[in-house]
Design a protein around this ligand. Structure first.
Ligand SMILES: Cc1ncc(COP(=O)(O)O)c(C=O)c1O
Length: 463
């Protein structure tokens, strides 16, 4: 493959041509072949026994290291992009996006400051502008790509607290608070712990949404509250909160509204789904993980602020060695918790530029259609019960009579056989099954066949 490329021999590392050739060949093969649904985690001791010593004074050579990776390490990882992986929130990157991640790595651009990464940051900003347009945000909107929803949520909440601190002049003696429902992702509680703020737990309505009415009822004293977190696609059930109601509450009390769309924000791309997000234009910050349902590889979260300047005050780092460069430019480092960063948004930009936004809308719509077909099929199956029809592409259902243990056995068996990945969760205090669709290549009839044939009335009933 690299025969025509000039050989570069460096003093310390010598000729790495064979290492480069082997790695690039491997990547070429991997990006086009389907992933192995049977690949799965193994205990560390087993991996160690199979791989042997890999870090040695002399090195084991590129061929040896790649062999260990191919035969032992990669098979001990889950295939996130398998179309029958419907657990947690899987992934479905385009091949264009994955391939461009290789390009991004090869170019090894420092993406923290405009001065070092201007061209690449410009392209990332194009992708962020597309997202800001979908949100209905104006030219003051600014953002950057961070590693994932967890860092995105933390960064947005840190910016929110900074704005409140600036407005109030000091920390409330009893400390700060945020308000969120139990449906908010676990990263919100983690962010609160890191920021040392309390979380007011606001009850969801009977359908599982956080509403403005519930906020009004529970959050009667807002003197310590600096942010409300709304979800645009909860992880467990895929629900979009009452965004207008939440925005009304936040406007009234001058509280920052953050929308976590890590999974479900992708639905903004679809003109058909867009009305479900009405009110999102009133939020102060938003995240979406393109590595979930926007067809990009890990790790990629788009964090956008409606008023970019509100975030730079919170996040910009200053030091004599940094302030030598032009700090007036829009630096991604000034918008989140990071300084050095890879330009991870480039893979999304390349895929968007390659395929066009219409194809993205069609891919999202196709995924929604798949989820609905499976939901209808479950509803029509006598021994299954659909509990939560998908608002987006998450659905909850049960096999009445089955226990948590039955579900676990069933889930493990199917995973081991490489048939399907579906893991149980809890809904309203009871064990249920959950499916998450992000892959437009999933065959809904294949999913239904597996469910109907394996969730049989007799199989695994405990006791
Ligand atoms: C709604 C939501 N927010 C945040 C996260 C955390 O994202 P990440 O795993 O990229 O940190 C997730 C992950 O599933 C999520 O579904």
């Amino acid at each position: 493959m690299l025969e025509s490329a000039p050989r570069r021999v460096t003093t310390v590392w010598g000729d790495e041509h064979d290492a480069v050739d082997a790695a690039v060949r491997w990547a070429m093969q991997r990006v086009v072949r389907p992933s192995n649904p049977k690949a799965t985690a193994r205990p560390a001791a087993e991996i160690a026994a199979a791989a042997g010593d890999t870090i040695t004074p002399e090195g084991i050579g590129a061929e040896g290291a790649l062999q260990v990776f191919t035969e032992i390490l990669e098979p001990a990882t889950r295939a996130q992009d398998d179309p029958m992986n419907l657990a947690y929130v899987p992934a479905a990157p385009t091949r264009a996006a994955i391939a461009f991640d290789l390009v991004t790595s090869s170019a090894n651009i420092f993406g923290g400051l405009w001065e070092a990464g201007a061209g690449a940051i410009w392209a990332e900003n194009q992708a962020l502008r597309w997202i800001a347009d979908l949100l209905g945000w104006g030219p003051e909107a600014m953002g950057c790509f961070v590693s994932g929803g967890t860092t995105g949520n933390l960064s947005a909440l840190a910016a929110a607290r900074h704005r409140a601190l600036t407005a109030r002049g000091s920390r409330p003696p009893e400390g700060w608070q945020i308000a969120a429902s139990a449906g908010a992702h676990s990263s919100i509680a983690a962010a609160a712990r890191i920021l040392d703020v309390d979380v007011i737990d606001v009850p969801e309505d009977e359908r599982g949404h956080l509403t403005g009415a519930a906020l009004r009822e529970v959050v009667t004293d807002t003197s310590r509250v600096f942010a409300v977190v709304a979800s645009a696609g909860t992880t467990n059930a895929g629900l979009i909160d009452d965004l207008h109601g939440i925005a009304d509450f936040c406007d009234e009390h001058r509280i920052w509204m953050h929308v976590d769309g890590a999974y479900g924000g992708a639905g903004l791309v679809s003109p058909t789904l867009r009305p479900q997000y009405d009110g999102i234009e009133r939020a102060d910050s938003f995240i979406v993980d393109p590595h979930k349902w926007l067809f990009a590889p890990y790790d990629c979260c788009a964090l956008v602020y409606r008023q970019g300047a509100s975030a730079t005050a919170a996040h910009a780092q200053h030091a004599s060695y940094l302030d030598q460069v032009d700090r007036d430019a829009a630096n991604p480092a000034d918008l989140a918790i990071h300084l050095s960063r890879r330009v991870r948004g480039l893979s999304l930009w390349f895929s968007l530029a390659t395929h066009g936004t219409d194809r993205y809308a069609a891919a999202v719509d196709r995924t929604v259609a798949i989820a609905r077909e499976v939901a209808e099929g479950i509803a029509e199956t006598p021994h299954l019960e659909l509990l939560k029809a998908p608002e987006l592409t998450v659905m909850l259902f049960e096999r009445p009579g089955w226990t948590a243990e039955d579900y676990r056995h069933w889930s493990d068996d199917l995973a081991k056989a490489g048939v399907m990945l579906c893991v149980p969760t809890q809904w309203q205090g009871r064990p249920v099954l959950r499916l998450v669709f992000v892959n437009p290549e999933t065959d809904p009839q294949q999913v239904l066949t597996v469910l109907r044939e394996t969730l049989t009335p007799s199989h695994y009933v405990s006791g």
